[in-house]
Design a protein around this ligand. Structure first.
Ligand SMILES: CSC[C@@H](O)[C@@H](O)C(=O)COP(=O)(O)O
Ligand SMILES: [Zn+2]
Length: 203
């Protein structure tokens, strides 16, 4: 994929997430892996619903900018961490929805999603009759330290997690390409919304 095609797919994903209310203010960040050592990612501080190709830039696999002047997402190293760990990841999405924010503020170290038909949209999903534990990490403005905590969990529990949540902050998901990542994000956000509603009606 060319940088131009990736930038256009990233801007379209930003508009979709904005339409869903998942990227308020300038929240969220989005990337596509262009090559083994090249990632197209949103510049920091841009409104994700109003982006053009000029709001996307290239960084290397360690998050260093390919061009002088532009500043990539504050959370670039979390994208790099996903691409480093999951060879099949081709696109990463991060959003701040109401559901993922509220639920993660009251969760322990994970949120259990069980019995939902949309679990089939997750890696290896073939039935609703299963449970998936979505890891929850404490928020941290020190992004390298946050990535260390994420790597530690992935080292302990290797497999194919559907994504993760940062407490009171937002969710990260990925997929083989942008369509796969968006499908996973939509499925996850729908189930989190169900979870939130169920909690509201049972208390
Ligand atoms: C609008 S504050 C949110 C940021 O702190 C961050 O969490 C975020 O999602 C967007 O940061 P960005 O640097 O634009 O990628
Ligand atoms: Zn964020």
């Amino acid at each position: 994929m060319t940088f131009e095609d990736a930038a256009s797919a990233i801007a379209a994903a930003g508009r979709r997430m904005d339409a869903m209310g998942w990227v308020p203010a300038t929240a969220g960040n989005i990337s596509i892996r262009l090559a083994q050592d090249e990632i197209a990612i949103t510049c920091s501080g841009r409104h994700k619903g109003l982006m053009t190709a000029a709001d996307v830039m290239a960084v290397d696999a360690a998050g260093a900018p390919r061009e002088a002047g532009a500043r990539s997402s504050y959370e670039t190293l979390l994208h790099c961490g996903i691409y480093r760990r999951f060879a099949g990841a081709g696109a990463v999405l991060h959003g701040h929805s109401l559901a993922n924010t509220v639920l993660s503020r009251r969760a322990g170290t994970s949120i259990r999603l069980a019995g939902y038909e949309l679990l089939k949209a997750f890696p290896g999903g073939s039935t609703h009759d299963t449970a998936v534990d979505l890891p929850v990490f404490d928020n941290d403005q020190d992004i390298p330290r946050l990535q260390q905590a994420i790597d530690a969990l992935w080292d302990d529990a290797p497999g194919a997690p559907p994504g993760y949540v940062i407490r009171g902050h937002g969710v990260y998901v990925w997929g083989a390409d942008m369509n796969a990542a968006m499908t996973r994000l939509e499925a996850l956000e729908f189930m989190l919304l169900c979870h939130l509603e169920e909690g509201r009606h049972s208390s």
